[in-house]
Design a protein around this ligand. Structure first.
Ligand code: BT5
Length: 270
């Protein structure tokens, strides 16, 4: 039985109206997010198209960082979204995706949490990262590329030495081999559900409640890293816009927008 993440393999598990109805599959590519931008620019009807690759040679994280992956064992995908939306609302997509991902991973019986804004962690190690990128004109969204990387079936020896303390996979943490195609479909199903609630019903709260419930940072002492400076703070809330509210030692409160901020815990990564 093929374990490639092609449309034919994933489709039997998909229950969406439009996201994932078109899946473009690659054996190898630089970055699915980069390719998705080209598709979004070139193909007007690409709303809901999903690009998936078995391997990335130039996988990207936020702020120019790298995303590492082993061929054929993980999930590397980008979803093209073309909503009628203002740019300021695009940061909410990361929280909607985080809610979808944590639900999908929890359905596998794995205790996953969200490290605001864009990491999913299991046993305090990162198993998944989200990279949301946008193109806009006059503050209006032209498209959003939602990039998702999940470490699914890799062993510890497939994790680079410099990430061994902070990164893991669903297989390492659960000791079960996981069906990549079912998980891919489940993530897309959950994402469309929460995304539609937001877009159609103006309900962002359903996603936020999940982000708060499974937050790995709320009520914890954290370090906020902004432009190479590190500040100690208490994470007190995620507000209705999906921003993290922190309180510094001098009791000053600040709301953090996800774009340029990294969070570290008391014990390095979390
Ligand atoms: C992220 O950035 O976590 C976003 C990752 C998004 C990857 C997907 S894969 C499909 C799509 N196409 C792309 O090119 N990207 C998206 P950030 O929060 O900046 O975290 C990056 C940091 O995580 C790196 O600097 C490493 O420290 C660490 N890292 C890299 N690869 C990792 C991995 N596989 N597992 C866990 N941690 C990793």
């Amino acid at each position: 039985m093929s374990d490639l993440l092609t449309f034919d393999e994933i489709a039997p598990f998909l229950h969406t109206n439009y996201i994932g109805k078109n899946i473009i599959h690659f054996d190898t590519i630089g970055s699915t997010n980069d390719q998705a931008k080209i598709t979004a620019d070139d193909v007007p009807s690409s709303n809901g198209t999903v690009l998936i690759s078995e391997e990335q040679t130039a996988g990207r994280g936020r702020l120019g960082r790298k995303w590492i992956s082993t061929k054929g064992k993980n999930i590397l995908m980008s979803i093209i979204l073309k909503p009628d939306m203002m740019l300021k609302d695009a940061v909410k997509i990361t929280q909607i995706a985080a809610a979808a991902l944590v639900c999908s991973i929890r359905t596998l019986g794995i205790d996953a949490y969200i490290k605001w804004p864009n990491d999913i962690i299991v046993n305090n190690k990162k198993v998944c990262g989200i990279l949301t990128e946008t193109k806009s004109k006059l503050s209006k969204i032209q498209y959003i590329i939602l990039g998702i990387g999940i470490n699914v079936n890799i062993n510890s020896n497939e994790i680079p030495q410099d990430l061994i303390k902070t990164a893991s996979s669903l297989y390492i943490e659960s000791k079960n081999k996981i069906s990549r195609k079912k998980l891919t479909a489940d993530v897309i199903n959950n994402f469309e559900k929460f995304y539609n609630k937001f877009l159609i019903d103006n309900d962002f709260n359903s996603s936020l409640e999940i982000c708060r419930k499974y937050s790995a940072v709320l009520n914890k002492k954290i370090y906020v890293i902004n432009k190479n400076k590190k500040y100690e703070a208490l994470a007190v809330d995620i507000n209705n816009n999906g921003e993290l509210i922190v309180e510094y030692e001098d009791l000053r409160r600040e709301k953090l927008n996800s774009n340029e901020i990294s969070i570290r815990g008391e014990h390095e990564y979390i």
